[in-house]
Design a protein around this ligand. Structure first.
Ligand code: ARG
Length: 399
């Protein structure tokens, strides 16, 4: 009986090369699955590409709604930015794509699971762990297993008549509704400024001379309306991406620590994520106590770390989700953002759960805060610190 391998297929260089490898080197029939998480590709074209490569069956799955509701929204609630910068666009999509592959793997009774990840990146971690959590079938990753580099892949692709578009030749791109990651090529020198034509979502030239305002309405931590319009989840993300990108907002350029220990230079276009997370985090500060704010930022950091590191299914991540979910009860209100020539700033916020009290905070005559109470509070608050400093001074004069 011929072996049957299943593969998450994007139509890009890596996964196209893998189809051929599975057929030729592993003598397998190949089933491809393209999961739409908002990468904006023409599904028909990808299907045609897969068929041209000789796959026995191809599946197209529209998982955009699930992606937004079960992955992007939880990440907004967690203000999830890995190393304070990366909104996890690729990282969030991987467990979902792998789940979908597993569903079809069961139906099609395949004998092996395959993916197009290299042994240098994070995606292998995310794919392997999700696949392993749901199946005992062997995992084949030809790029990793055969230690292939990009030049060899490009040659192999050429030999097999696999078409690769010109952007893919210069960079390695991964995109979905939550962001666009650009790696490789000239960007591998961390001192090289990204060329302007690397950017597609964010305008870098001829930016408007007037600021753009954006009002985001949240209900229990989830964005539900923008600029007074209630939008369903996919539309909402698309709307914010477009509006912020047009104002030049959304480029991130940083050095990132990969799971396997490599430091990599990563460039992203994530206009929607930047605005939504900025707005959400700001609203939380208004409705949460100081103690909640302090603790939640630790939880958020850990959540982003786990999601980045392929541990989406780990019990700890589920436990953090439970905490975060409870914390979102009062996170309802409106945040006003000002976008101008690439910058974004919160310029207003309001909520029925606001803990901000004008009569407590004001410096005016209507203040109800009795300043005299502060004297004793400050004395007690600093008692250990002041004692310690006095002692240090005394000891240093002795020596
Ligand atoms: N560094 C990011 C991550 O690990 C993005 C990777 C994007 N992949 C790509 N082929 N450009 O999630």
């Amino acid at each position: 009986m011929t072996e049957r391998g299943i593969l998450a297929f994007s139509g890009g260089l890596d996964t196209s090369v893998v189809v051929k490898y599975l057929q030729e080197e592993y003598d397998m029939d190949v089933i491809t699955v393209t999961v739409d998480v908002g990468q904006g590709d023409d599904q028909k074209k990808i299907e045609a590409k897969a068929k041209k490569l000789g796959v026995i069956k191809h599946y197209n799955i529209d998982a955009r709604k699930e992606f937004v509701e079960n992955f992007i929204f939880p990440s907004i609630k967690a203000n999830a930015l890995y190393q304070k910068k990366y909104c996890l666009a690729t990282a969030l999509a991987r467990p979902l794509i792998a789940e979908k592959v597993l569903e079809i793997a069961k139906k099609e009774k395949v004998t092996a699971l395959a993916h197009g990840c290299s042994g240098k990146g994070n995606d292998q971690v995310r794919f392997d762990i999700t696949l392993r959590s749901g199946s005992d079938l062997p995992i084949i990753a030809p790029i990793r297993d055969k230690n292939l580099d990009r030049v060899t892949e490009l040659k192999f692709a050429k030999k097999h008549g696999i078409e690769i578009d010109s952007v893919a030749k210069r960079f390695s791109i991964d995109q979905n509704l939550w962001g666009r990651a650009i790696e490789g090529g000239v960007l591998e020198d961390p001192y090289n400024e990204p060329p302007e034509d690397a950017f597609i979502w964010v305008k870098t030239k001829n930016l408007p001379d007037k600021p753009t305002y954006m009002e985001i309405k949240f209900e229990k931590g989830i964005p539900v309306a923008v600029d007074g319009k209630i939008l369903e989840p996919i539309k909402l993300i698309e709307y914010v991406n477009k509006k912020a990108g047009d104002a030049g907002v959304g480029i991130v350029d940083h050095i990132e620590d990969r799971v396997v220990g490599i430091k990599s230079r990563e460039v992203y276009e994530t206009p929607g994520a930047i605005c939504l997370i900025e707005a959400h985090a700001d609203l939380e500060k208004m409705v949460h106590t100081k103690h909640e704010n302090k603790f939640k930022s630790i939880i958020d950091d850990e959540w982003a770390y786990l999601a980045y590191s392929g541990l989406w299914q780990d019990p700890l991540k589920q436990e953090l989700d439970a905490f975060i979910q409870t914390s979102q009860k009062p996170v309802s209100g409106i945040v006003k953002l000002k976008l101008f020539k690439g910058s974004v700033r919160v310029v207003g916020r309001k909520s029925e759960y606001s803990l901000y009290s004008h009569k407590i905070a004001t410096y005016g005559t209507e203040s109800t805060f009795d300043q005299r109470l502060a004297k004793g509070f400050v004395e007690l608050w600093g008692i250990q610190s002041t004692e310690a400093i006095k002692l240090q001074k005394k000891m240093s004069t002795k020596t």
